[in-house]
Design a protein around this ligand. Structure first.
Ligand SMILES: Cc1cc2nc3c(=O)[nH]c(=O)nc-3n(C[C@H](O)[C@H](O)[C@H](O)COP(=O)(O)OP(=O)(O)OC[C@H]3O[C@@H](n4cnc5c(N)ncnc54)[C@H](O)[C@@H]3O)c2cc1C
Length: 295
């Protein structure tokens, strides 16, 4: 069956202010159009029927990636491919370029943007778990001016974010992790190009054989990507001596992480299977980051 787009008009915005005022003028009837890889699919499926698409791709200055001191500033219009191939991102936070590299296929990565990935607010958004463990913030602009939304407050539910109806994401600010911290993002999907059945990001900071800090975030297994705080608390401050006690502890932390998830049954996998995968990915993520920290 061939799906056809409903009728719409395209409005071209040449600045964030213009884009936001267009959105206000057509409130409830307009959507920003970046890469269109989420939006146009939803329109074809009649899940969204905006009368106006506000093309934001021509807004200058939102495709920059800058490192100022201890944080990266990644413009919302950067494509996924630009993030994957950015030398700055690869050098400062390799986990982010790896997460970009497992999102969809090359044509999707060439079109899709970071702003669209967050703006779509999917529970399986690839950038959700990595940006949560990195404690990033989303910079946005609207009628009320500019504000920063911490990632932990950004996702509100499937397709729902903390953005006000007239706000546009302009940048994502990502603190570079402390020097010795190790991060990993792991994705499980049926085929490599598919949306995640489970995504897990882990950040580990070891001090000798003590876990000084650990952050664990999960995607595609709850209404929003989220931090698995109980699993983190079970590990933070513990001694990791590479012995049997460590292996039992990691097993327990993975079990708690799995308990914290609340996946649904869908085409991508059964809830019970996803819960098992959560445990496996959390354990793998912990083991990989601990091994790297010991190198
Ligand atoms: C075949 C296929 C495979 C895919 N695989 C994956 C995958 O593995 N992982 C994954 O996470 N996603 C995947 N996606 C989804 C999609 O490609 C990504 O989420 C992409 O990053 C969306 O970006 P976009 O620029 O195309 O967004 P758009 O489709 O242009 O926009 C998406 C939504 O965000 C809003 N929006 C766009 N930009 C902004 C902004 N700056 N501020 C506020 N709101 C904004 C739009 O109004 C719209 O509601 C896949 C999609 C397809 C079609």
């Amino acid at each position: 069956m061939q799906l056809v787009l409903p009728d719409f008009d395209v409005l071209a915005a040449d600045s964030v202010e213009t884009a936001c005022s267009m959105l206000r003028a057509h409130q409830g009837m307009a959507q920003f159009l970046a890469g269109g890889t989420d939006l146009l699919v939803k329109m074809k499926l009649r899940k969204l029927m905006p009368r106006y698409l506000i093309n934001v791709k021509g807004i200058p200055g939102l495709d920059q990636i800058n490192c100022d001191g201890d944080r990266l500033r990644i413009g919302a219009l950067n494509t996924i491919q630009a993030i994957q191939s950015s030398e700055t991102v690869t050098r400062e936070i390799p986990m982010l370029s790896r997460a970009a590299g497992v999102l969809g296929t090359m044509p999707i990565r060439n079109l899709g943007t970071l702003g669209g990935n967050l703006g779509n607010a999917s529970p399986s958004a690839e950038f959700g778990p990595p940006l949560l463990v990195l404690e990033a913030s989303v910079r946005c602009l609207g009628q009320g001016g500019e504000r920063m939304i911490p990632m932990t407050e950004f996702f509100l539910g499937p397709g729902k974010s903390a953005l006000h109806p007239d706000e546009m994401i302009t940048e994502v600010h990502v603190p570079t992790p402390p020097n010795r911290a190790k991060c990993v993002y792991l994705k499980h999907s049926l085929r490599k190009m598919d949306v995640a059945m489970v995504g897990a990001a882990v950040l580990m900071l070891l001090d000798g054989d003590v876990c000084r800090d650990v952050r664990i975030a999960l995607g595609a297994v709850a209404p929003t990507p989220f931090r698995a705080r109980k699993a983190e608390a079970a590990l933070r401050g513990s001694k990791l001596a590479g012995d049997r006690a460590e292996s039992e502890l990691l097993e327990e932390v993975a079990r708690i992480g799995s308990e914290e998830s609340s996946p649904i049954d869908d085409l991508r996998g059964a809830a019970s299977y996803r819960k098992r995968i959560v445990g496996m990915l959390v354990k793998q993520g912990l083991a990989q980051t601990i091994a790297r920290a010991r190198e």
